[in-house]
Design a protein around this ligand. Sequence first.
Ligand code: HAM
Length: 425
Amino acid sequence: MLRAVPGTNDIFARAREFPFREPVFRYIVETAEEVLRGAGAEMIHTPIFEYLEVFEKGVGPSSDIVVKKEMYVLEDRGGRTLALRPEPTAAIVRAYNQHGMKVWPQPVRLFTWGPIFRGERQQKGRYKQFHQIDYEALGLSDPLLDAEAIALMVRIYKTLGLKHLEVKLGSVGDPEDRSRYNQYLRELLRPHAERLSEDSRARLEANPMRILDSKDEGDQAVLAELEVRPMLEFLGPEARAFHQQVCRYLDQLGISYSVDPTLVRGLDYYVRTAWEVHHARIGAKSALGGGGRYDGLSEMLGGPRVPGVGFGIGIERVAIALEQEGVAIPADPSPALYLAPLDEAGRIEALVLAEQLRPKVRVEIGYSPKSPRKALEEALRKGARYVGFLGEAERARGVVTLKHLESGEQKELEPLQLHSLFEGP
Ligand code: HAM
């Protein structure tokens, strides 16, 4: 029997394993959509694959996605090299430029949701195909937009019902600040290269900042011993003022956060503001989402300067957190009426009647004739409110026998009476 690729998941209502229940996904997406539309964001769907360059140039040569070859790269019949999206931001900036959104009133606020692909090693909370909600505000470099993005992200989590949130805010500075910091790290760490993990040694020249993010205990021991100064101390005056302004706005909004001077993000395009939202109780893969500013990304893609800020929310991670906190997810409504044919002729009668009552009433039909007892069992299993029997006796009298499943009350109704019962006044 063929099975799904490990690290990918089927998402459906009765999935045994959390977090892969479809109503949970829908609840998360619909809640986010309501919050984001409420802030004037418009939905965009970009293709699931793009030319490889969009992501290679976008997420940057020293990101894990590129260094660890996590992208799913494919060649189409025209010999073009394509990649399944490892994140949506670069694709959205590509779309902004391609469709001339620069002439729209700025900022342009866009959001999307859908599958994301990264060939990472699978573990709980980390998958090869996962899903994100993504929001971007493009066209302006204004700390007010960063604070607004963080506020919207936090509001999505809170509206969902999550409580144990930690917002970690940092700044990765401007590119010049970062190269000064990287230079400092290289000089500091080179004499200790032997003691670093293989991954970290590989990063030492290209992007030593990522070493700070290493989960390797040996690396962490070296870093602690060297008392590494944080990125935040290397900010130039402009990036520093920008960061302080974001903090002031968040204070005014009453959003609690902690400044994490060591925060590093896995993508190269970030400048200045960077943040992550963690859940205090879901273990190692605790980032429910992350975001930041990327004022140079459009130019990295060969476009004009288009500043922007945004975030991505990991839907599976949020689902795990919702389960952890025991948040009740609205269940799918069960059918109001289950129409059960008792003989062959009742099948088409059930279908015709169901078509007349839908979509105002949620009606399911039984497809094969059954005894009234079997039909009743099935209606109960479906969680229906009423079961309607369609058999020979009913046909002779032009009625449906309707049974209320909770009270057991039973009566015969003509089709018109049935319509008014379900459709109301
Ligand atoms: P990211 O931090 O790479 O940012 O991903 C955002 C979120 O996606 C993570 O915080 C996590 O919840 C979830 N996530 C990441 N990798 C996996 C995985 N393998 N399995 C399950 N969940 C995962 C971005 O992607 C940026 N595009 C965010 C952004 C938008 N920055 C600016 N605008």
